[in-house]
Design a protein around this ligand. Sequence first.
Ligand code: AMP
Length: 335
Amino acid sequence: MSITVVGSIAYDAVKTPFGERERMLGGAAVHFALAASFFDRVRVVGPVGDDFGETELQVMRDREVDVSDVERVAGGKTFFWRGEYGWDLNSRETLDTQLGVFEGFAPKLSEASRSSDVLFLANIQPDLQREVRAQLPAARFVALDSMNLWIDIARDSLVEAISSVDCVILNDAELRQLTGKPNLFSAAREVLSWSSTTGSSPDQAHSPDGARGPSVIVAKQGEYGAALVTRERFFSLPAYPLESVVDPTGAGDTFAGGFVGYIAAHLDDDRAAAEQDRLPDELLRAAMAHGTALASFNVEEFGTERVVRLGEAEIAGRVAELREITSFSGVPAIG
Ligand code: AMP
């Protein structure tokens, strides 16, 4: 299986109570790709300006991420984001967003990127997410992330983009903002009811009426973890307990990389489910654990600094610890 991701490839300026970086490699697609590369082959689609360094591209190549669809726009400037965190890292203020080369970008995907079975539409303008979605009509699993900015200024386009995917990964507060529902479950139910027949082929359909639309909702809850809502089930995991968190930037995208990467690598493990285009519950739960483990490494240092030094055994270790801290015995205490 292979994964195509479109989203921001960026320079970030970040200030947290534990330090600051003025210009570091960032972007939703970059954080996603580095995390997903532990599970499967990843192809990144997106533009950079001629200010983007070879060293930064090499960070992705070193994890065997395919960057041949990263388009260098002559005379253009790379996407830039500046953010600052409050004392407990729970609040974040965006101080500057410069779309740069993303303004007017028309994604042209190579044959290889169009043939991926799994697509992740990382956080970027919803119009762009839809353009890329339309170029992979036969993808078997498509997930999408977004943020409050696009809910504020491009909601209609975002709703249309969401109707053409299988999985939506959003911050808890953004899920409520998007739907206008104050409750997590009713907000998730609302998104689960959005479907469309555009951009999908009937034989790839996940719902009985032949329409494509989200069947998996993940609500990211920052330091409290993440919740998974499907039509039938609910599952929730806390974040991996850490005493030292330095920079949460990219945690959501790193979670998504672990989650989607794990699903891509195991899509065909259960043959019967794969034939019916079903995602088994066990697969989704294990994917949640891997996303959670990956995100926990990301926040230990600035930007991509920790994830680029990460090893598979470390990931497996934290997944095992997560299993341990979330299990309990069923012996009844009463009765
Ligand atoms: P996260 O902390 O998971 O929300 O992701 C932070 C990353 O998203 C940073 O590396 C930024 O470069 C990128 N980012 C911030 N704002 C935007 C935006 N409006 N569109 C796309 N990417 C963004």
